[in-house]
Design a protein around this ligand. Structure first.
Ligand SMILES: [Zn+2]
Length: 69
């Protein structure tokens, strides 16, 4: 049985696409949250806070949905 905590983070220094739509190098300081079983990355802590505050209506949500399809 796979728990959420078993989902691995990317390797430090590998390229990830943030929820804001831009590529970024992943570091321990990259803001990220687990959402629907996958890691979502953000370019700034402010973007992360916006998403956490209202995941369903955040402007970031459309981008995340596009990636899921
Ligand atoms: Zn952002």
């Amino acid at each position: 049985m796979k728990s959420e905590s078993s989902i691995p983070l990317p390797i430090i220094g590998s390229e990830v696409t943030t929820a804001c739509g831009s590529p970024d190098k992943f570091t321990f300081e990259t803001p990220h949250v687990l959402h629907d079983g996958k890691w979502i990355f953000f370019c700034t802590p402010g973007c992360q806070q916006d998403f956490i505050r209202d995941p369903q209506n955040s402007c970031l949500t459309n981008h995340i949905r596009e990636e899921a399809d």
